[in-house]
Design a protein around this ligand. Structure first.
Ligand SMILES: [Zn+2]
Ligand SMILES: [Zn+2]
Length: 236
């Protein structure tokens, strides 16, 4: 389903934004990692399942969608608040109702763990996309199990900011549908590190994405911002 959405988006926006030198591929303007509600509800994921968005939350989400269309000129976005899917479900409903010219890919950024990791306290962040509800998981769920749960639900799992846990990334790369090559929140040093890390997973031929990891409450630029990496996405 998600692949089909992506293909539609690619067709619609007639991709010609950037050609990757290493692996020629055309990009569509998309951002698969945006936090419209920032850290407002960041906490225990079990407590987040029943959260009902209030009017202020909805207004923020609408504002972010509007900004992604009018300022950033994006064709597809995923609103991936931490461990909660409500923001993206509301966004999808709003866009459909208002017939807005943008594709919403539903999902969330889920925090899980790598029991094999030497620094076991480091949380692993997975962008779980193309699903309408979150799988049954907790912060102690193993990352490989979580990827499988997302796949069972027909979704895709993209590892967010892999540079923070390179060991885990390399260990489970073969299971992933994609990973973040650029992350606006982490900046250029991140991308530089990723250019090395990428060579370690090259054989798996996994897609990579350039996302903003934008936290709305910090700022809302009036102009497209290079750091927000709104170009360079290959599609799933
Ligand atoms: Zn994260
Ligand atoms: Zn994030």
């Amino acid at each position: 389903m998600l692949s089909r959405i992506i293909e539609d988006v690619q067709e619609k926006f007639n991709l010609n934004l950037r050609e990757w030198v290493e692996e020629p591929n055309y990009a569509v303007r998309a951002d698969l990692h945006i936090h419209p509600l920032a850290h407002k509800y960041y906490g225990n994921c079990d407590d987040l399942r029943d959260i009902i968005l209030d009017e202020k939350d909805k207004k923020k989400i609408r504002k972010v969608i509007d900004w992604c269309i009018k300022v950033r000129g994006l064709g597809a976005i995923a609103l991936t608040d931490h461990d909660m899917i409500q923001s993206s479900l509301y966004a999808a409903e709003h866009v459909k109702k208002q017939k807005l010219d943008i594709e919403i890919i539903t999902g969330a950024e889920c925090e899980v763990t790598d029991p094999e990791a030497r620094i076991s306290s480091m949380p692993i962040h997975l962008l779980c996309l193309g699903i309408k509800e979150l799988p049954a998981y907790t912060r102690r769920t193993a990352v490989d199990k979580m990827i499988r749960l997302v796949h069972e639900m027909g979704g895709k799992a993209i590892m967010a900011h892999p540079i923070y846990y390179p060991e885990t990334f390399c260990r489970y790369a073969y299971l992933l549908d994609g990973y973040e090559y650029e992350n606006g929140g982490a900046g250029m040093a991140f991308t530089f590190g990723m250019s090395f890390l990428k060579t370690r997973v090259f054989d798996h031929k996994i897609k990579y994405y350039c996302n903003s990891d934008f936290h709305y409450e910090l700022f809302l630029p009036r102009q497209p911002d290079e750091l927000l990496c709104n170009e360079g996405w290959e599609g799933l």
